[in-house]
Ligand binder design. Structure first.
Ligand SMILES: *Cc1c(COP(=O)(O)O)cnc(C)c1O
Length: 229
């Protein structure tokens, strides 16, 4: 039988704690985001019932339908997908975090549309670390100018950097993929005091991401099993 979501969460959390120790990271410095895109609300409910509170979604409409249906008081919702201008209002109203900011125009819209009744939206800038294989994200070289601009937007709270690597590679290659973004966060955090978040690591490479300083790992398949589309 397939392990339950509760069993997957337990096993991975134990493994993350062991990896923190192995790589001299402080205990609980790595947070696990359950990426529930393409999975029905009932699967999110299972993770919730197992005590999990942080969820990541990539498609705005699908996410908002599930967020409203579930109505989970105390859950934290992270938007991690590509963003179109016509979705920023919904995202600004329903999410706590956005990891995938890659242009100022989108940041400005989120800033204007974030309701006054909610705390500032926590944001990460998406960095393109895989060159040709991804169209999303700013280059390492352009990140600091975007940070500067976002830092002046009062309804956004600049928290860090995010990346999606090219798939594949062995452990050492995966670590090497993440080294430049980890170094960049270190540099930027000297100037932008609130930048403490490195959102790197997915089901196939989270051990390497933790070794390089991930503070949020985003796991879909490892927790929920394969996606149907
Ligand atoms: C789907 C997705 C994930 C999770 O991917 P898995 O390989 O299933 O763990 C993580 N981050 C982003 C941005 C995603 O779109």
């Amino acid at each position: 039988m397939m392990p339950s979501i509760a069993e997957n969460i337990k096993r991975i959390c134990d493994e993350v704690r062991a990896l923190e120790t192995e790589h001299q990271r402080p205990p609980h410095s790595v947070r696990l985001l359950a990426v529930s895109k393409n999975h029905p609300a009932s699967r999110i409910r299972e993770a919730w019932d197992a005590g999990h509170r942080e969820f990541g979604e990539s498609y705005a409409q699908e996410a908002i339908d599930k967020i409203q249906l579930l109505d989970l008081e105390g859950a934290t919702w992270h938007f991690i997908g590509p963003m179109q201008s016509n979705k920023t209002r919904d995202i600004a109203h329903h999410f706590d975090w956005v990891h995938s900011i890659d242009r100022l125009k989108i940041a400005r819209r989120l800033n204007e549309q974030r309701p006054e009744t909610l705390p500032p939206l926590k944001v990460c800038i998406q960095i393109n670390i895989s060159g040709e294989s991804s169209k999303s994200g700013v280059s390492l070289a352009d990140a600091s100018a975007l940070c500067e601009a976002i830092d002046s937007l009062p309804r956004l709270e600049l928290r860090g950097l995010m990346a999606i690597p090219a798939p594949g590679g062995d452990f050492e290659q995966q670590r090497a993929n993440y080294r430049p973004i980890a170094a960049l966060l270190k540099e930027l955090s000297v100037y932008f005091k609130g930048m403490d978040t490195l959102s790197i690591g997915m089901s196939d490479d989270y051990a390497a991401a933790i070794a390089e300083g991930a503070t949020i790992i985003r796991l879909g398949t490892a927790l929920f099993g394969p996606r149907n589309r």
